[in-house]
Design a protein around this ligand. Sequence first.
Ligand code: ZN
Length: 188
Amino acid sequence: MATAKPLPAGLLSSARFVASPNHNTRPAGCEVSLLVLHNISLPPGQFGTGCVEQFFCNRLDWHAHPYFRNIEGMEVSAHLLIERSGALIQFVPLELRAWHAGRSRFEGQANCNDFSIGIELEGTDEQPYTDAQYRALVAVTLQLQQRFPQLTDARIVGHSDIAPGRKTDPGPAFDWDRFRAQLAQARQ
Ligand SMILES: [Zn+2]
């Protein structure tokens, strides 16, 4: 059956939804107007482990790897994760406030979680992202821009842009020129 089922508000049909408890509501009157790109891999540099999903759902076994001691007890999330294959996982409905940016500021406005959507790319700062990830990111960005008109190209940033000195992701591995060119091309 090809009939699309109506989805709950704020869920993307292109994503597999895995509910994260790490969210709350956005402040009243706060519109989505910023897209923040991140990277994550757990353990760092290892892909496809399922650990990111567990981490965002507070189900990660802190004893499973020595690195996990550094993140033990953290309660974080992102709206979306793009895996190396390009597969999309959604953790928080778009209308709700995910916990990805932390202490942050964009053009004088603090607490970017209030007014942003966070996308995690499975990866590291140094390792090239996959073609499938760029394709998936472009596709989902277009969907988000249709849904949230204030989310202009100029308001797509890296975590490092809104938390400089504290965060480095998505890192030098992320090819902004390529992403913006593919985004422009996809609109034609
Ligand atoms: Zn980040």
